[in-house]
Design a protein around this ligand. Structure first.
Ligand code: HAM
Length: 416
């Protein structure tokens, strides 16, 4: 990542921190690598992430006695956050609203919007049910926060796709129905699907092979298998979203690629991104803490793909104002002028102006070239005459207009 694009990343991250703060989220920082077992148990053995995409190694010292352990670069953040929740008994604090920003790693086939090291902005609400962690109000709060963030960033044309993947009972019935429906047709599908049809039929729905899609279209939908509790929960989420005016579309094929999800599942997509059009995804994971050996701790969260978010920002043309150029380039002219120029630059920078500074060995022409390359609006000449008069030649690099400006009036002039 190089400048000037890094300014967009900083802009995104500072907007994220501001918005999340207003919803009382707090930052958590988890390790970049953790035990392989955490991800295998958390995300699920049969998911693409665990089955094919993890960077895993046997971490062994040289000593014979060192038995070593299998470690993995985190492919996502939720498992690590729930591990920390269990380890540090965060449930004692009631409801936790946590977020983290950092790199994730998946050995996927790289293409536009899909990288092997990418960045996620991840947020989670997790706590004991007595603290309200199961409430549909939390689902809606998270979704409304996301809509607010995208609007604040000036990203238009997003679509919120919403589904409920039910609870484990519903899923068992759904998996059974899928298994039955797959039996007569799976022979015509890809080898991955043939394996999934036996081990975890739900994952057949993740298949991206184009030839398999017509068959997948005919399979049963999870929406037909929701029990009353899950249906009511899902309806309540939708009602709150309507009340706060967050638009959504229902998509009952959306099952997400990780095994821990229960009930609400969602993605925000953005048209301009092409094939990898999900800017973010998330959902509820009411059983994850228990699956990792912890207490019951329902939760809901999401992860934004920051690389993709920055791409949509670039597409939306609102990025020009963010890539801040220097207000002025201060050019010392002639031997002995570096000190005076540095003094002036120091004064101007204290007025919150962005100032680039040249060198007395540059001829005027070279200073102009450097100022133009830096993208400065003005060049300020610091020569002997200027220092004596305490007024400086200021040239607008776009219009060519040149004026002499007294020292005290410089900050006001350069801001314009
Ligand atoms: P996920 O859908 O696997 O969910 O990833 C979330 C987002 O990360 C995606 O929508 C996408 O924008 C971005 N992303 C994923 N893989 C890549 C990649 N290879 N290159 C660039 N961007 C990528 C999760 O990770 C869950 N942990 C989200 C969550 C949090 N669910 C509950 N809490």
């Amino acid at each position: 990542m190089l400048p000037p694009e890094t300014a967009l990343w900083n802009f995104v991250e500072s907007a994220v921190r501001d918005v999340f703060r207003a919803y009382n989220f707090h930052e958590i920082r988890t390790p970049i690598f953790e035990s392989t077992e955490l991800f295998a148990r958390g995300v699920g053995e049969e998911t693409d992430i665990v089955a094919k995409e993890m960077y895993t190694w046997e971490d062994r010292g040289r000593a014979e006695s060192d038995k070593g352990q299998s470690l993995t670069l985190r492919p996502e953040a939720t498992a690590g956050i729930v591990r920390a929740y269990i380890e540090h008994k965060l449930g004692d604090r009631g409801l936790n609203k946590l977020y983290c920003i950092g790199p994730m790693f998946r050995r996927e086939r790289p293409q536009k919007g899909r990288y092997r090291q990418f960045y996620q902005i991840d947020a989670e609400i997790i706590g004991p049910a007595s603290a309200g962690s199961e409430s549909p109000a939390r689902d809606a709060e998270v979704l409304e926060m996301l809509a607010t963030l995208l609007d604040r960033l000036g990203i238009a044309n997003w679509t919120l796709e919403l589904n409920s993947v039910g609870c484990p009972n519903d899923r068992a019935a759904f998996n059974e129905a899928l298994r039955k429906a797959l039996e007569p047709v799976v022979g015509k599908m890809c080898v991955d699907c043939q394996r999934r049809a036996v081990t975890n039929p739900l994952r057949v729905l993740d298949c991206k092979v184009p030839e398999d899609q017509p068959i997948i279209e005919t399979l049963p939908r999870i929406s037909q298998f929701l029990d009353e509790g899950c249906r009511k929960h899902f309806e309540a989420v939708q009602e709150i979203l309507k009340a706060v005016g967050v638009p959504f579309v229902l998509n009952d094929r959306l099952v997400r690629g990780l095994d821990y999800y229960t009930r609400t599942a969602f993605e925000f997509t953005h048209g301009a991104l092409g094939a990898q059009n999900a800017i973010l995804g998330g959902g509820r994971y009411d059983g994850l803490s228990e699956a990792l050996g912890g207490p019951a701790a329902p939760g809901i969260g999401f992860a934004i793909g920051e690389d993709r978010l920055v791409m949509s920002l670039q597409e939306s043309a609102s990025s020009d104002g963010i890539l801040k150029k220097p207000n002025a380039y201060v050019a010392p002219l002639g031997p002995g002028m570096n000190g005076e120029a540095a003094r002036l630059a120091r004064e101007l920078r204290r007025h919150d102006l962005v100032i680039d500074l040249g060198d007395e060995s540059f001829r005027l022409k070279k200073s102009f070239e450097a100022a133009t390359k830096a993208g400065a609006k003005y060049i300020v000449i610091v020569g002997e005459n200027e220092v004596k008069a305490d007024a400086f030649a200021v040239k607008d690099l776009a219009t060519g207009e040149q004026v002499s400006v007294p020292r005290a009036e410089l900050p006001g002039k350069l801001r314009g």
